[in-house]
Design a protein around this ligand. Structure first.
Ligand code: SF4
Length: 372
């Protein structure tokens, strides 16, 4: 929602700027449940869960029960084809792959209508990005044989649902949720609701628990969809969708969210050259002090540092290693220059391997999306 809480500086806007300074307050304000109490029951919990990066949920118990009892559930997420995969979108990719491995029937949506309405990306251009984005997600481990990957623009069932849902959304409610926006954005919110409920249509086996793993800035879409699921319950027997929410990863410039809306220097994509990656990390904002002497004496602040986020969200697997980085930053043993060099090496290893795998999936991505 484009809601601003002036006291705690929380702003959630899936079509614009998002800022969260206090996740506890956010949970309280918007009725988001904490993920931590469920953690010990989650099968094969991953690094994002263990570290509290996935911090919140709505109705995740339903998914947990299905996972534990090996019953049917679905997972749906997607990407706006507005540019290259970056470290922020990598989180959602890891989450969908995780749920697929836990037995979820998998849906991956290419949100080309939203790219058009929100980012003004013409379909011819978003098609190119869509192919690349799908090659990325396949290289990251999504099993296409057991997934339905589709473009909003081509998925009539999603558009049909959106048209029907339009009857249940007044302009006043749309404004209350998303702020004053052009009709196209309200329409794309309805399309997203269609995406989220698509797995529950009869064509896909009917109602089933469905989890949507996303960044918390997408919560307004989830609240709208859960409301629509109730309103159309009698006709479709929808089960209100569940969600897991991850924290937002900072941009390299120190911005609140690594996002394609930000300047290019703020983003680290999976498909840029080693030189660019090195340059961007070397020049990134940090939580360090102005001089080495000062940092040795006072230590850095990992909580505000995007380099620390890169390590914690993605690249340092062992929990004891990330704790060591945190402590050494805090006590001034680790300096930013040295830490940036280590991070460049780790990121380049990952990106080189990813790009090698991804090249092999480009033709497959074209075939999946029907792009010649
Ligand atoms: S030492 Fe590392 S984590 Fe600490 S402020 Fe510098 S770059 Fe960030």
């Amino acid at each position: 929602m484009s809601a601003v809480d002036k006291n705690t500086k929380v702003l959630l806007d899936p079509f614009g700027t998002t800022m969260v300074e206090d996740y506890d307050h956010l949970c309280k304000e918007f009725g988001i449940e904490y993920f931590k109490p469920l953690l010990s029951k989650v099968p094969n919990s991953n690094m994002l869960m263990r570290r509290g990066i996935i911090f919140g949920h709505r109705d995740f118990e339903r998914i947990l029960e299905a996972m534990i009892k090996h019953e049917e559930f679905a997972v749906l997420s997607g990407i706006k084809p507005t540019g290259q995969f970056h470290l922020g979108t990598l989180m959602t990719a890891k989450e969908i792959v995780y749920f697929q491995k836990q037995g979820g029937t998998t849906f991956y949506c290419i949100a080309d209508i939203e790219a058009y309405e929100d980012n003004r990306i013409p379909l011819e251009r978003s098609e190119k990005y869509a192919v690349e984005n799908v090659a990325d997600i396949l290289a990251l481990g999504l099993d296409s044989k057991n997934a339905y990957i589709y473009r909003q623009m081509k998925e009539t069932r999603v558009k049909d649902l959106a048209i029907m849902f339009g009857r249940a959304l007044t302009l006043a409610t749309a404004k209350a949720i998303y702020g004053k926006r052009h009709i196209g954005l309200y329409l794309s919110a309805l399309i997203q609701a269609g995406d989220i409920l698509l797995p529950q249509l009869r064509d896909f086996g009917g109602p089933k628990p469905t989890v949507v793993p996303v960044g918390v800035d997408q919560d307004p879409h989830l609240r709208l969809t859960r409301d629509l699921a109730q309103k159309f319950q009698r006709k479709y027997k929808f089960i209100p969708p569940s969600a897991t929410y991850h924290k937002l990863m900072k941009g390299l410039t120190g911005s609140a969210k690594m996002s394609k809306r930000e300047a290019a220097d703020s983003l680290l994509t999976l498909n840029e050259s080693p030189e660019k990656i090195s340059h961007k990390i070397s020049n990134a904002f940090t939580g360090g002090k102005a001089t080495i002497a000062e940092q040795r004496k006072l230590g850095g602040i990992p909580e505000i540092c995007p380099i620390y986020d890169i390590c914690m969200f993605h690249f340092i697997e062992k929990d004891e290693d990330i704790i060591k980085i945190y402590n050494e930053c805090r006590n001034g043993t680790l300096l930013c220059g040295e830490h940036k060099k280590q991070t460049i090496d780790i990121v380049l290893d990952f990106v080189n391997e990813h790009q090698r795998k991804r090249r092999k999936f480009i033709d497959k991505a074209r075939a999946i999306l029907g792009v010649m």
